[in-house]
Write a protein that binds this ligand. Structure first.
Ligand code: MIG
Length: 668
């Protein structure tokens, strides 16, 4: 049994984080207005009105989970995080924000288990025992928020209640569980064809290829460069006929260009974000100067969403939404000031002070905080400054698409994943975890980011496998598969200028082929578990701390996860390591996979074990009383033969496993 209490702080903005259906049926136990006059009603928190912060004690043994995709471990304690959607490619431990703003945490100590959701779309700071080791301090820039406190006996129960509150997770088409190959710099249709050809000739399964900004005409949304991608609809059907889905990117900024109809219509209808004087706000991103569609405004959202139809009409059935924090290279106004000031430095002897001033002046034009308090939205009949609602932008861009798909592709699923997010967006799409690097530490980060996302309903997620920035090495790519063979979104993506990392580029292509085929053999299991997690509001990837609450040792495990009901993964993520220690909270069967039909099995007792794994081996641990179905792989997801399924069993029978399947494309 869980109970939910709601507290109100100031005048909250309706964020649409909670599901309207839930709000209609729910009987929140009690609701309180947070105020200093009645502090006894706060119970858990004390409110400090000078600092605009809520404070609660953390006991010594308390663990804190959640906050979506952020740096550092699964247990968030000991660092300070800011909920502020940021275009932050350096996912390093000194960062406080990445792309998402997912303000849900679970506190876990022996006496209490609590879920806390802070529904607030402006900047919120979570000081999780950073300033004071025994305090959780939640500070607001604008103290207008709704706060939900869920108490219960088990972490998983609390997560489930929260998930019921925020509504059902987005379901992608089933083909989106196949491999997607991506790279920023597939410049022509011919290059994309070659990628497909090389996968096919290497015998490596593939279901999708992403089209990055290179397919557009001068980075203009909803356009196609007809010289480099001639006869686009024919190109799309050619790829789809061979079972490969092209997945184009859409950016948040709309290029300012005479004759470009998206721009012209948006200006005419007043659908772009505004300056204070109601002229259209100018920022710059890829195409240079852009306007931002005001997706927080209902009419503008509908208008923007309908443009996805230009691509769905051409046969496209999947998209990714980028730069929707929104990222800003510079604002027109600020840049003007910078150019003026630069004059002062000309011909000057730049000494230690003036040199660094100069460097800051020029080097800090992008994504600066000041870029976000100078433009406005028209939302629910009100003019609202962007910084008050910043964290809702990416959510609403994705919602624009999701709502439009209902009429553009009725009854059908459309693939959609976004970079920025807020709670509630999980009803419209998944997310990828943005610009990581080909670093060993980012394999672990990939794993550690998954639980926080699942807690907020983002089940269709994954990282850029092999790393986005810098040069990928073969051993790193092999080890990364220890995680990403199991994430619902399985995409190999890399940045322009980095070493090519399509799986056929490596020396041991055959071994990669075997492991990708293993992924396809696992899809009946992964898809079943994903769909069950959607239907039952459960975790798809779950920390041991949630599943084995009585096991003190399991609570410290930061590098293993349960995937669905049957298996645990424990990837090797250290360079040159030939294995790793694994903690088994119960006796399990180790399956050391080299291919779907080439593996060894070993029964292991509860406790810690050193497990060796060659580069081409992926470790899976089968829980007692469970089975793992494996199909004969195919080159495309729809061709997987469910008649061929065999089971690896650990003290259970295949009949006990509930396999879920459907046509994979109709809306469910
Ligand atoms: O500023 O479209 O995260 O996946 O390849 C970079 C180019 C813009 C950022 C995305 C990345 C994508 C890249 N984009």
């Amino acid at each position: 049994m869980t109970t939910v209490k709601k507290y109100t702080l100031g005048n909250p903005i309706n964020t649409h984080a909670l599901d309207e259906k839930f709000l209609k049926v729910a009987t929140l136990k009690e609701t309180f207005k947070i105020s200093e006059e009645r502090p006894e009603e706060m119970e858990l928190f004390s409110w400090n009105s000078n600092e605009k912060s809520l404070c609660c004690n953390l006991t010594e043994d308390e663990r804190v989970y959640g906050l979506g995709e952020t740096v550092r471990g699964i247990n968030k304690r000991g660092w300070i995080y800011e909920s502020w959607c940021s275009d932050e490619p350096h996912h390093l431990e000194d960062k406080r924000s990445l792309y998402g703003a997912l303000n849900f945490l679970v506190l876990d100590n022996k006496e209490r288990k609590l879920g806390i959701f802070v529904d607030c779309p402006s900047r919120v700071t979570f000081d999780v025992g950073y300033s004071n080791a025994s305090e959780l301090r939640i500070s607001f820039e604008y103290a207008d928020a709704e706060l939900y406190v869920i108490s219960g006996n088990h972490i998983l129960e609390i997560v489930k209640t929260f998930r019921k509150m925020i509504g059902k997770s987005y379901i992608p088409p089933k083909w989106a569980f196949g491999l997607c190959q991506s790279r920023w710099s597939y410049f022509t249709a011919e290059e994309v064809r070659q990628v497909a050809d090389r996968y096919d000739s290497a015998g490596i399964p593939l279901d999708a290829i992403c089209l990055d900004i290179d397919y557009m005409q001068r980075y203009k949304d909803f356009t196609v460069d007809h010289e480099k991608f001639p006869e686009f609809p024919e190109f799309v059907s050619e790829l789809k006929d061979r079972g490969i889905h092209p997945v184009p990117i859409i950016d948040a900024g709309v290029k300012i260009e005479e004759g470009y109809d998206v721009y012209e219509e948006g200006v005419e209808k007043n659908y772009f974000c505004k300056n204070e004087d109601d002229s259209d706000f100018v920022a710059a991103v890829w195409p240079g100067r852009v306007h931002f569609p005001d997706v927080l405004n209902e009419n503008a959202r509908e208008w923007f969403g309908n443009f996805y139809g230009r691509l769905t009409e051409a046969g496209v059935d999947g998209f990714w939404n980028d730069m929707n924090e929104p990222a800003i290279f510079y604002t027109e106004e600020h840049l003007k000031g910078v150019f003026e000031k630069i004059e002062d430095y000309k011909g000057k002897n730049l000494d230690i002070q003036s040199f660094f001033e100069f460097k800051d002046l020029v080097g800090s034009v992008d994504n600066r905080p000041g870029n976000y308090d100078c433009f406005y939205h028209h939302m629910d009949g009100e003019k609202i400054r962007h910084d008050r609602v910043h964290n809702l932008y990416g959510y609403n861009m994705t919602r624009a698409a999701g709502e439009a798909f209902l009429s553009l592709r009725p009854g059908q699923r459309t693939l959609m994943y976004s970079r920025a997010s807020y709670v509630g967006m999980h009803r419209y799409g998944g997310i990828w975890t943005g610009d990581n690097f080909s670093w060993w530490s980012h394999i672990l980060l990939n794993l550690q980011e998954m639980p926080g996302l699942n807690m907020c309903g983002f089940l269709y997620t994954g990282a850029d496998t092999g790393g986005f920035g810098c040069d990928c090495t073969e051993d790193l790519m092999f080890r990364w598969l220890g995680v990403s063979l199991f994430t619902p979104l399985f995409r190999n993506h890399s940045a322009m200028g980095t070493r090519r990392q399509e799986f056929y580029q490596f020396e041991h292509t055959e071994e990669f082929k075997n492991l990708i085929r293993l992924r396809y053999a696992l899809i009946p299991y992964l898809y079943s578990e994903f769909m069950k997690a959607v239907r039952e509001d459960e975790m798809y990837m779950c920390p041991l701390a949630f599943a084995y609450e009585e096991d003190e040792r399991a609570k410290d495990v930061e590098d293993q996860l349960l995937v669905g009901e049957s298996i645990m993964i424990a990837p090797v993520y250290t360079q040159n390591a030939r294995g790793r220690y694994v903690h088994l909270p119960e006796p399990m069967k180790l399956i050391r996979f080299r291919a779907f039909d080439d593996f060894d099995e070993e029964d292991l007792s509860r406790g810690d074990h050193y497990i060796s794994a060659h580069l081409n081996e992926v470790l899976v641990f089968l829980r007692p009383g469970h089975v793992l179905p494996l199909a004969k792989p195919a080159n495309r997801v729809p061709e997987i033969d469910y008649g061929s399924i065999t089971y690896i069993c650990n003290g259970a029978n295949p009949e006990e496993y509930e396999l879920y399947n459907d046509d994979g494309v109709s809306a469910v």
